[in-house]
Design a protein around this ligand. Sequence first.
Ligand code: ATP
Ligand code: MG
Length: 300
Amino acid sequence: MTERDVTAPGAAGSGATGEGAAGAGLTGEGAAGSGATGEGAAGAGLTGEGAAGAGLTGEGAAGPDVTGADPARSDAVGPDVAVPESVGLPFASGREADVYALGDGRVLRRYRHGGDAAPEAAVMAYAGKHGFPVPEVFRAGGADLVMERLDGPTLAQALLAGDLTVDRGATILADLLRQLHDLPPMRDGETLVHLDVHPENVVLSQRGPVLIDWRNAGDGPADLDTALAALILAQVAVGAIDHELGSHAGELLDLFLERASGDPVRLLPEAVEIRRGQPTMSPEEIEQLSVAAARVRGVK
Ligand SMILES: Nc1ncnc2c1ncn2[C@@H]1O[C@H](COP(=O)(O)OP(=O)(O)OP(=O)(O)O)[C@@H](O)[C@H]1O
Ligand SMILES: [Mg+2]
């Protein structure tokens, strides 16, 4: 397979710092409200809120004591990583959260509409403890998660900047999923899944690709994780989600499908249902889910 780059004319963000705007081409209801944020807010748009599937949360995960603070308290961040009263403007944003630099190599990720970051912090800590590349978590409580700051572009930014080939991008996505599914389970007989693997949720840091945004992570079938990753790429590929990656997402999808472990179509209907249930999906995006699913099955 020939390697191609996807340098897009006028692509926003240099891809060199991870602070450039990645989501400049996003439109529709799903686009992040990054207009409220300051410089270089990276509006995300490939994902929706919250997994709909039952039993997919990280609740009760047996991670280290990263959630020592009372998760019910929104101010439950320890004095060692105290969040200043004013955290300034976020340097990046997704659909659900804003991310602020705290200095000392740490960031604060804060849900805009409340929520509980403790369960995902526990899953992240568990994965990190077993050698999976995640940001180190320092403390989580209420809507706040304090973690290691990753320096580098997202996979989407690097593709758009021409700093990463589609071929390499597909391999990174497939490898991250494989490595995650091979981790020792948090609970016997289960598999740790992320359920939101896409090019905006991978940061190409100096220590390699790191998976972020663990809100949907927990126990679940590996094939569902792979199907969701494929479906999200397909939504962009068929134009159901308007994203700068555009048709390059189709090339990324085809290569991803070649490389992904397991069976990416076995649980595709379940993946469609999860996407359908995500509140950030617009009616138009939902309407085109079947077209995207067909694209995963090879219909072009
Ligand atoms: N630890 C980190 N270090 C540096 N940048 C980060 C870190 N975590 C997140 N970011 C930046 O913030 C952006 C938004 O983060 P994140 O994906 O967690 O938010 P979200 O609102 O959950 O996103 P989504 O729209 O996918 O739901 C990321 O795309 C990335 O650019
Ligand atoms: Mg995200």
